[in-house]
Every structure is written in structure tokens, then in C-alpha cells.
Write a new protein. Structure first.
Lengths: 114, 112
């Protein structure tokens, strides 16, 4: 069974720092990987989707990389701002019999203070 | 553009009462639809998914059921709520089984 782990569970940094959030998964046979952001009491907002054939995706100050063979993905946030404070979730989509199913990590709770 | 709606936003129900949560998607046709539950300390749990009208797959045996009476409508139900049904319920859609998944605003359910 696919297991997704996110490290660290929580992170608190001053404004302006560059950050790296980590995600690891146990089964490298994935179709793609998706990063989400969740604000308290809200639904999930999709940030980036990386296909298994891709190495990275960028959107604004966010850059996500994928190393499928080692079962790892990182989300890089440049020049962090207080508005980036949220929980960031990583999810991988399985192949074969589990095609379409997303497996989620528990998330990294990020606090950026001014 | 596509939007996804859920209602109600919050709900407080007594143990043993029925439940009906609704999710609708606009701006797309034949979406894949999903129900998740997010409980404190347990992460996101997939409850049901649907690839078409009347086609429901259950991921976890439990006190809940789902139905898809229309192409863009997904309903989560229970005949008798348990305390353990409390949580944050999220509906999501994707254009197909491998596409990007988009989430609704969620329903906070408290069972007393």
C-alpha cells in the first residue's frame, strides 16, 4: 500500500526566507503527484501537478520537483510571505488497479511571521 | 471556468439523526467525483468516488453512503449518524481518473 510522508510536520520561519518542504512515497509506480495548500477551515487549493515523466513544475514563487525513482518530491517556496502561512499537502496518484486514487501525506503546517 | 459547491458549510446533528451533504460542480461535464473526510490527526481519507451517474465505488466500509443522481451532483448520506462521523467533509472533482483534482470548500459536521 502506498504511504506518503511529509517532513517536517510544522515549520515556522521569518518573512523572506526560502523554504523547502519534503514529501516521500513508498511506491515509485505513480502516475503523477499533486501539491495542495489548505488554509484553516477551508478546502484544498491545488498548487502544482507534476506528471511522472516530468522533473519539475513552476508557478510563480513555487517550484516542485519530482524524483520518482527515489520516491521523493520537494516544494520550494521562494521569498516567503506571511500570506504563505497554511498547511501544504502532497498527494500521489497510483497506477494500475489504484489508478485515479490519490494518496495523501499528513501535511506540513507552515507559519511565516513578519 | 469550473466551480464546485458544497452545502451546508457547517452542520451540528444529534447522534442517530440522518445526514445529507450535497456537492455540485459547474462548468464541466462527466467529471470524476470524490468524497473525502478529514478528521483531526488522521489526514484525508477517501470515502467514495464516482466516474459517472449511478456509478459509486466505496473505499471504506462505514456508516455512510453516496449517490450520484445527476452528472454534476454528488450526495453523501447516512441513515443514523455516529459520534465518529464528526469531521470535515470535502468533495472534489477531476476531469478524468488521472487529471488534476479540485476541491470544494468543505462541510464541517459535528455529531453530538
Amino acid at each position: 500500500k502506498q504511504e506518503v510522508t511529509q517532513i517536517p510536520a510544522a515549520l515556522s520561519v521569518p518573512e523572506g526566507e526560502n523554504l523547502v518542504l519534503n514529501c516521500s512515497f513508498t511506491d515509485s509506480a505513480i502516475y503523477n503527484l499533486q501539491w495542495f495548500r489548505q488554509d484553516p477551515g477551508k478546502g484544498l487549493t491545488s498548487l502544482l501537478l507534476i506528471q511522472s515523466s516530468q522533473r519539475e513544475q513552476t508557478s510563480g514563487r513555487l517550484n516542485a520537483s519530482l524524483d520518482k525513482s527515489s520516491g521523493r518530491s520537494t516544494l520550494y517556496i521562494a521569498a516567503s510571505q506571511p500570506g504563505d502561512s497554511a498547511t501544504y499537502l502532497c498527494a500521489v496518484r497510483g497506477r494500475g488497479s489504484t489508478l485515479g486514487r490519490l494518496y495523501f501525506g499528513r501535511g506540513t503546517q507552515l507559519t511565516v511571521w513578519p | 471556468s469550473q466551480t464546485i459547491h458544497q452545502w451546508p458549510a457547517t452542520l451540528v446533528q444529534p447522534v442517530g439523526s440522518p445526514l445529507s451533504l450535497e456537492c455540485t460542480v459547474e462548468g464541466t461535464s462527466n467529471p470524476n467525483l470524490y468524497w473525502y473526510r478529514q478528521a483531526a490527526g488522521r489526514g484525508l481519507q477517501l470515502l467514495f468516488y464516482s466516474v459517472g451517474i449511478g456509478q459509486i465505488s466505496s473505499e471504506v466500509p462505514q456508516n455512510l453512503s453516496a449517490s450520484r443522481p445527476q452528472d454534476r451532483q454528488f450526495i453523501l448520506s447516512s441513515k443514523k449518524l455516529l459520534l465518529s462521523d464528526s469531521g470535515f467533509y470535502l468533495c472534489a472533482w477531476s476531469p478524468d481518473r488521472v487529471g488534476e483534482q479540485f476541491f470544494g470548500p468543505g462541510t464541517r459536521l459535528t455529531v453530538l
